[in-house]
Design a protein around this ligand. Structure first.
Ligand SMILES: [Zn+2]
Length: 420
């Protein structure tokens, strides 16, 4: 389909073909280790900002598996390297999870890594410690099968994704901890190949008024009633938003409304609303902010429209402020990263993968959205299980994902770079 230029081939094609065939077998041979490791890390709670224990457990596994280098960065991401070639390929799994709020909805303890009927249950099983487990053993397979020619592959266990998607990779790329040519996100995709997602941002609208005694409201200027009509306008705006067939339409919705004043017997002098905005292809923070400003101006509502900044400390104590803007990203279907992903799937499983997109948000917002580094996704388990009670991942998916990861760096280096 895409002829491979001879100068990009690190070794004769027949040898590589044989290796690809043995990748799946190698992943199966590691199934017991993979399962034990995944169950272990599911059993270690790791809320955003509280990942230290699980990060250290992952670092220990990387050491045991024979990584060439294992380190932590200032934000607490754990990074393991296999190989020392000039071509740099990275894989990402965020290692924080959302909380368990209602244990009654779980039929098992969410922090034991229960294994039953070929599934591993627990908080973080699918979102997304399974990806991490697959990555670590994929690196071992690459080393064992000689798939690291000319390559250094970095396996990154990233922090704080659930709280501020992309912050971890914004830090890695901004601080030049790594400069990868391509990143594979291992968030759950149901073993399809994802090439993008809608973006999102958080918008705050603040209206000011003048307080006075509630018994004589005419003397003041009520910020609450001034801003309240904006809620309906945001609902109407949602109906008008567009998008494309692949990623879908943008959305907006008011998720919080609050007022401040000297007392409940006083006219409030400040009112604020919070908008959860999902961004379609082509929508940016500038376009989304301008839309809200124009909407309010047209209705004669005087208010400030602005964006929040995330400023929560990592487990290391570092605060790395980031605007709460997570841009839309989409890789063209014929981009070398997507084609290399398809080629890796074909090499290991004998058939091309389904190419799709995520509904939720991932670290791709920083990797590709903010920094323009090519990114694709392939992960074990279903996206719909993320954040759900009785979250699980099928063991078979973890083995398959592991095999795909072991094959991808080679297909990336040998994929025709004819730019799209
Ligand atoms: Zn996730």
């Amino acid at each position: 389909m895409h002829p491979r230029p001879a100068f990009l081939s690190p070794q004769p094609k027949t040898r590589t073909a044989v290796k690809y065939k043995s990748i799946h077998e190698a992943a199966h041979a590691h199934q017991e280790d993979l399962v034990a490791f995944l169950r272990d890390i599911v059993a270690v709670p790791s809320p955003s900002g509280g990942e230290e224990s699980v990060a250290r457990r992952i670092a220990a596994e990387m050491e045991a598996v024979g990584f060439d280098e294992v380190k932590f960065d200032a934000l607490g991401n754990v990074l393991g390297r296999m190989g020392d070639g000039p071509r740099v390929v990275a894989f990402d799994a965020h290692i924080d999870t959302v909380d368990v709020t209602d244990r009654d909805q779980w039929s098992c303890d969410p922090f034991t890594g229960k294994l039953e009927d070929g599934r591993i249950y627990g908080r973080g099983a699918v979102d997304q410690k399974a990806g991490m487990a697959g990555m670590v053993y994929a690196a071992r397979i690459m080393k064992d099968l000689g798939l690291l020619d000319g390559l250094q592959v970095w396996m990154v266990g990233s922090v704080m994704e659930e709280d501020c998607d992309g912050l971890c990779w914004h830090h890695i790329l901004q601080e030049k901890t790594l400069t990868p040519e391509v990143v594979v996100s291992t968030e759950p995709t149901g073993l399809t190949l994802c090439r993008g997602q809608r973006g999102r941002m958080e918008i705050r609208v603040t209206a000011r008024g003048r307080s006075c005694h509630g018994s004589a409201p005419d003397r003041g200027d009520n910020a609450a009633t001034k801003l309240a009509p904006a809620c309906l306008l945001i609902d109407e705006l949602n109906e008008r938003l567009g998008g494309d067939d692949f990623l879908g339409k943008g959305t907006c919705c008011v998720t919080w409304f609050g007022v401040e004043g000297p007392s409940l017997c006083a006219v409030p002098d400040k009112a604020e609303l919070h908008i959860d905005r999902r961004l379609a292809a082509g929508e940016t923070k500038e376009s989304a902010l301008a839309e809200v400003r124009e909407l309010l101006a047209a209705a004669g509502i005087e208010a400030e429209v602005w964006m929040l900044t995330y400023e929560v400390p990592a487990w290391t104590g570092l605060v790395y402020p980031m605007e709460k803007y997570y841009p839309t990203w989409v890789m063209p279907e014929d981009h070398p990263a997507v084609r290399a992903g398809v080629a890796a799937h074909e090499a290991v499983f004998g058939a091309p993968p389904e190419v799709s997109r995520w509904t939720f948000s991932t670290n791709g917002v920083a990797i590709n959205g903010l920094h323009g580094v090519p990114c694709i996704g392939f992960g074990p388990g279903e996206e719909r299980m993320a954040h759900a009670a009785n979250e699980y991942v099928p063991v078979d998916d973890v083995v398959k994902a592991c095999a795909f990861y072991a094959a991808f760096p080679q297909t990336w280096t040998t994929t025709d770079r004819g730019e799209s």
